[in-house]
Design a protein. Structure first.
Length: 82
């Protein structure tokens, strides 16, 4: 069974962090965090994290959004100032 995936803006996520962490853990929900409509990070259950860590490293892994995280390294945004 696939887990639920919810997209959420950073502002909303900050305001309800405890709630979304509980939802991720209890319901095995993945929360895609967005800034300006772009997915930038994900909150996953510890169970899903273990599956990711054990994933066959020889297989190329593409993110939930359908693209590689390297695509964000070309922008000029300073992500440390959030």
């Amino acid at each position: 069974m696939r887990n639920e995936v919810i997209n959420m803006g950073l502002t909303e996520a900050r305001a309800s962090l405890g709630k979304i962490v509980k939802k991720s853990y209890m319901d095995n929900t993945t929360i895609i965090l967005e800034k300006g409509g772009l997915p930038i990070a994900a909150l996953v259950s510890i169970h899903d994290l273990e599956k990711i860590r054990n994933y066959d490293s020889d297989t190329e892994m593409v993110g939930l959004a359908g693209f590689h995280s390297e695509s964000f390294t070309d922008d000029d945004e300073d992500y440390t100032k959030w």
